[in-house]
Each structure stands twice: as structure tokens, then as C-alpha cells.
Write a protein that binds this ligand. Structure first.
Ligand code: ADP
Ligand code: MG
Length: 238
């Protein structure tokens, strides 16, 4: 199993008590497969990605990434594991205004110590894979929202991650562009054999995902909510 989240509970301080963001959550994601996570705002989806990314340490439970139990690693080892094995795509692309699309990817992998000509070749290959072969020299202000999100995704793949974690990549896009980005994530997951977790509001393409799970009040259950009706109708009562 490339990504294993095993019985993870995460709480945050909340006034005098604690708020349970993740309540005994388990998730297994094999290489080359994509699991979509849906659920209402505030249900714990981003918290789950933060724990899977080893950015946040849970109160209990374990996260195993590419065979390594991250609960046994120190901060420096975790940060090296993140750099080498985990690709993270946040909601907002956070591209650097002064860099071209190709350079956004190259700086990402700068620390890996590979020769710059090789990094450049990989950057161009990935931009091609996300449909931006002709935009390598463009800066963020010259790209559309959908194109910026594609650069963001390509950048997360620069270090050939085993695990790809994607948080609501289509929230700022219209339906058509959003659908194209989800399509792209499915294709990249197969081609690059990543264990991909996708948090999404967009239910239109859930049938293309390998698995769907629903988050509600910090609990994760297998399966999609009922397709018909408003989102609130499909959330189990607390
Ligand atoms: P989602 O991504 O599904 O909207 P989040 O994982 O962001 O949900 O949040 C889950 C719950 O944890 C919410 O009640 C949120 O307010 C709370 N929360 C998230 N991050 C923090 C934090 N850093 N400190 C305190 N509470 C937080
Ligand atoms: Mg969120």
C-alpha cells in the first residue's frame, strides 16, 4: 500500500476543550489509483490531507508513506520524505509571479541536486503532460486560472512523488475547466502510478475515480453520498 492512514485521530484546541477534526480515520490508497474525498465544509477533509502529507502530526494513529511509518520519523526526516515522495496541490496555485511556467517547476526540484539541464527537460515533459507545452515561457499573469492550476499540478509531480495529495483543485474554476482538471488528474495518476487523494466539491466525475469516500464530522465512510438532492441531504445525521 503506497499510502496508509491507520486509525488517525486529530484534535485542535477549542476554548476549554478540544475539537475533533479527524475521528479514527483510516484510508488505504494503492499506487496508480485515485480516491476522491467529498463532504461538507469543515468536515475534516483538509485536515486529513495535512496529516497524510505529514505536515500535521495526529494525536494518535499512523501514516505510512511508501512503506515508511512516519510516526517513527523526526522533523528533518519527515521533511525529506515530503520533498522526495509526496506531491501536494493546494487550492490556490501559489505560483511565483516573476517565474515562467517551466521555472516554477525547476525551482521546486532545485534541492534534489539533479543537473539543471535534466530538470529543465523534466519540467518541459511535465508541462507537455498537463497540456501546456506551448506555455513553458509564460508567467502566471499570462495564464488563465485553469492553466495556473495545471502548472501547480505539474510542479507537484516534479520529484516523481509516490503520493499525490490534491485539495479542491477546481474550486476556482468553471465547470468545464474543472472537469478537464479532474480528467487530467485521473490520467496522471495512471501514467505516473501515484497514490492520489483528491478532495473535491465536484461530484460530476466521481464515477471516474477508483474509490470515493465521504467525510462528515471528522469521520470517513466509504462510498459517495447519494447523487441526487442537495449536499446536505446526503450527510448522515451526527
Ligand atoms: P474541510 O477541509 O473539510 O473544510 P478542515 O479540515 O479544514 O475541514 O477543518 C475541520 C475542522 O477543524 C473545522 O471545524 C475547522 O474549523 C477545524 N480546524 C481546521 N484547522 C484548524 C486549526 N489549525 N486550528 C483549529 N481548528 C482547526
Ligand atoms: Mg478544506
Amino acid at each position: 500500500m503506497t499510502l496508509l492512514v491507520d486509525d488517525v485521530t486529530l484534535t485542535y484546541p477549542d476554548g476549554d476543550g478540544r475539537l475533533t477534526a479527524l475521528d479514527a480515520v483510516s484510508l488505504e490508497v494503492p499506487a496508480g489509483s485515485l480516491t476522491a474525498i467529498v463532504g461538507p465544509s469543515g468536515s475534516g477533509k483538509s485536515s486529513l490531507l495535512a496529516v497524510a502529507a505529514t505536515l500535521v502530526t495526529p494525536d494518535s494513529g499512523r501514516v505510512v508513506v511508501a512503506g515508511r511509518d512516519t510516526s517513527l520519523l523526526g522533523p528533518a526526516e519527515k521533511s525529506a520524505l515530503r520533498r522526495e515522495r509526496i506531491g501536494i496541490v493546494f487550492q490556490q496555485p501559489n505560483l511565483l509571479a516573476s517565474l515562467t511556467a517551466a521555472e516554477q517547476l525547476q525551482v521546486m526540484a532545485h534541492v534534489s541536486g539533479r543537473p539543471s539541464r535534466q530538470l529543465r527537460r523534466r519540467a518541459l515533459e511535465l508541462l507537455d503532460a498537463v497540456g501546456l507545452a506551448d506555455k513553458a515561457g509564460k508567467r502566471p499573469h499570462e495564464l488563465s486560472g485553469g492553466q495556473r492550476q495545471r502548472v501547480n499540478i505539474a510542479r507537484a509531480l516534479m520529484n516523481e512523488p509516490a503520493v499525490l495529495l490534491v485539495d479542491e483543485p477546481t474550486s476556482a474554476l468553471d465547470h468545464e475547466r474543472g472537469a478537464a482538471v479532474l480528467d487530467l488528474l485521473v490520467t496522471l495518476t495512471r501514467e505516473r502510478a501515484t497514490a492520489t487523494v483528491l478532495v473535491t466539491h465536484d461530484r460530476a466525475h466521481l464515477d471516474r475515480m477508483d474509490r470515493t469516500a465521504t467525510m462528515a464530522d471528522g469521520r470517513l465512510t466509504a462510498g459517495a453520498p447519494a447523487a441526487a438532492g442537495p449536499p446536505s441531504a446526503s450527510v448522515p445525521a451526527a
